[in-house]
Design a protein around this ligand. Structure first.
Ligand code: HEC
Length: 119
């Protein structure tokens, strides 16, 4: 019995350690974490402050800054991108492929994070 308990403790400790080090995976029993998703999926194109307006490798693609936007409007726009119904500058598909794996709950958390942390 002691051995079984010890094994369970070691196994769960290993799982926890793996969790904190691994990347954020949507829909895998983790609470929606806007900050983790932003840092993993958005920061390279929109910057830590949301003011980056071009993907560094593709300077001819220019879009608007995303800081200072209202959370509800942002969430709606992101959901529209997720469904492919927005294409402001001809690169809506890029945004769709980034958002397609995220749930509505995660998109709401993401919008909240952007809106409160990027003024
Ligand atoms: C590979 C680069 C890339 C990544 C990654 C990316 N975006 Fe974008 N984003 C773009 C491009 C390009 C556009 C312009 C799309 C278009 O043509 O409508 C855009 C547009 C937007 C817009 C609308 C801006 C405007 O002009 O109104 C928002 C909001 C946005 N992105 C948020 C996000 C969020 C949140 C994430 C992370 C889930 C993300 N983006 C990930 C490149 C990217």
């Amino acid at each position: 019995m002691k051995k079984i308990i010890l094994c369970a403790i070691v196994a769960s400790a290993t799982l926890l350690a793996a969790d904190s080090a691994s990347v954020y995976k949507s829909g895998v029993l983790l609470p929606a974490n806007g900050e983790a998703i932003y840092k993993q999926d958005c920061i390279q194109c929109h910057g830590a402050d949301g003011k980056q307006t071009t993907d560094s490798g593709f300077s001819r693609i220019v879009y608007s800054p995303i800081n200072g936007l209202d959370a509800a409007k942002l969430a709606k726009e992101l959901k529209d991108y997720r469904y492919g119904s927005v294409n402001k500058y001809g690169y809506g598909q890029l945004m769709k492929s980034t958002l397609v794996d995220l749930s509505y709950e995660e998109i709401d958390a993401l919008a909240e994070y952007i809106s409160t942390n990027m003024k």
